[in-house]
Design a protein around this ligand. Structure first.
Ligand SMILES: Cc1cc2nc3c(=O)[nH]c(=O)nc-3n(C[C@H](O)[C@H](O)[C@H](O)COP(=O)(O)O)c2cc1C
Length: 316
């Protein structure tokens, strides 16, 4: 039994988001309304298995509370996937996910992530190397509906690889985030799964902004799980059955940001993560009350975390 067999139905996953879902933010979410499963940001295996490793390790840091958690990997060289997958169990990870969905230009130019849809031999090599390295840890893939067009032959191939789970972001690479997610097609992939590989869990992703909406989508398309990304920017309690966020006072919002900044400072005492990753969160908390825009502008001008904390305390 792997983690994927132990989750409720439908289960809810916090999406991997680069420079967002690090251990600090995950712990904040865990303290208010935890999902059933976390993912790390995507971490480059070629960097991890090089002298640049130290710089990337903060992305793999985790605490006791942000679990169960899957490490998401990307890269080029199968051997580095093998080596990294081998290390993850001892670090506390419950599984390994392969990013085959990121459409950033530089990544595609390098033949990585969503570009693997167009280089299926390389995708298969990476999956095999990861499965070998992972041993008993489950291996999953997160991908899109296709590259330029929807192409279910891609999912058919993935579903023949005995993956433990497959997350489908309901857009093509070409669509980036510009078209509405196509949940009908996510349902089609689920139907393929039913025929080809009933043991692979299917997770739908794209534009689910509330838990209720996620539950309805999971029901309509018979999905095992729902992954929510940007919904967390609108409501840190997005995974709760009944979110109190709309009724949260100015003081409560400021207090939560304060906890986030303090945890950032204790987790990264040597500036392992830059201040701009912290500023990204300002809009989540400093929002929904009179004067929020002005306060945000002042907070965004701070140049260190301690200055940010001091400035925030003046308002509490
Ligand atoms: C800031 C940001 C960073 C992201 N980084 C990653 C990543 O590291 N790995 C990944 O698979 N997807 C990444 N994504 C995509 C999300 O995981 C998700 O697939 C996408 O946002 C659609 O889901 P949503 O509509 O619930 O946000 C990122 C998205 C955003 C907005």
């Amino acid at each position: 039994m792997t983690i994927w067999d132990q989750l409720p139905r439908p289960f809810f996953v916090l999406a991997p988001m680069d420079d967002v879902t690090d251990t600090v933010f995950r712990q904040i979410i865990a303290s208010v309304a935890p999902p059933d499963l976390y993912f790390t940001e995507f971490v480059n295996v070629d960097g991890l298995q090089s002298p640049g490793r130290k710089k990337l390790m903060p992305k793999l840091k985790l605490a006791q509370t942000d679990r169960p958690i899957i490490a998401q990997l990307w890269g080029k060289t199968p051997e580095n996937f093998y080596k990294t997958a081998k290390e993850l169990k001892d670090m506390g990870y419950a599984g390994v996910d392969l990013n085959m969905g990121c459409p950033v230009k530089t990544v595609i130019r390098n033949g990585c992530c969503v570009a693997l849809i167009k280089n299926r031999a390389a995708a298969l090599e990476i999956i095999r190397a990861t499965q070998e390295g992972a041993g008993e840890l489950p291996v999953s893939v997160k991908t899109r509906l296709g590259f330029n067009e929807i192409d279910l032959t891609w999912h058919e191939l993935l579903l023949s690889q005995k993956l433990n789970a497959l997350t489908i972001h309901g857009r093509t690479a070409k669509q980036l985030s510009n078209a509405p997610a196509n949940w009908e097609m996510i349902g089609e992939v689920r139907a393929l799964r039913d025929r080809l590989c009933p043991d692979t869990k299917i997770i739908g992703n794209g534009d689910a902004m509330t838990r209720q909406q996620g539950e309805a989508l999971a029901g309509d398309h018979k999905l095992d799980g729902i992954m929510i990304g940007r919904g967390i920017f609108h409501d840190p309690f997005v995974f709760s059955l009944s979110s109190p966020w709309l009724g949260y006072s100015r003081r409560q919002r400021l207090d939560l940001y304060k906890s986030h900044i303090e945890l950032f400072m204790t987790t990264w005492p040597n500036s392992e993560r830059k201040l701009h990753t912290l500023n990204k969160f300002c809009k989540i908390y400093i929002n929904g009350f009179d004067g929020a825009k002005e306060l945000r502008e002042q907070l965004m001008n701070c140049t260190t975390a301690s200055e940010l904390l001091e400035r925030l305390l003046l308002d509490i």
